[in-house]
Design a protein. Structure first.
Length: 108
């Protein structure tokens, strides 16, 4: 459900409905109605929401937000934002190495 995806991403980013509305240029009431599923966004509103939530439109429509790892991934992305490029690349390199290691352990 689109409303659930919007709510899950908003909460994962630590945003209130008011903050999301401001970032997307929409009203708080409109965000609330979208999250409840009583409104369907126009394409323009959907694009604004996706930008405000930092995701591509297709992800907003199709990602299964029931996975705990998705909220964790958004939290990591939020933590990377204030870092300079070198720091962020270092952290991402460590994550890539760790995921490759875990993946190799499953293959053994």
């Amino acid at each position: 459900m689109l409303g659930g995806h919007i709510r899950a991403r908003r909460k994962a980013l630590g945003l209130t409905q008011e903050q999301l509305a401001e970032k997307a240029g929409l009203s708080t009431n409109y965000i609330a109605r979208l999250e409840l599923g009583s409104n369907t966004p126009s394409l323009a509103a959907l694009i604004c929401l996706a930008k405000a939530l930092g995701v591509p439109v297709p992800d907003l429509l199709s990602v299964d937000t029931e996975h705990k790892w998705y909220a964790d991934a958004l939290e990591i992305a939020r933590a990377l934002e204030p870092m300079d490029e070198a720091e962020a690349e270092f952290v991402l390199g460590q994550l890539r190495a760790l995921t490759a290691f875990v993946g190799s352990m499953k293959n053994d």
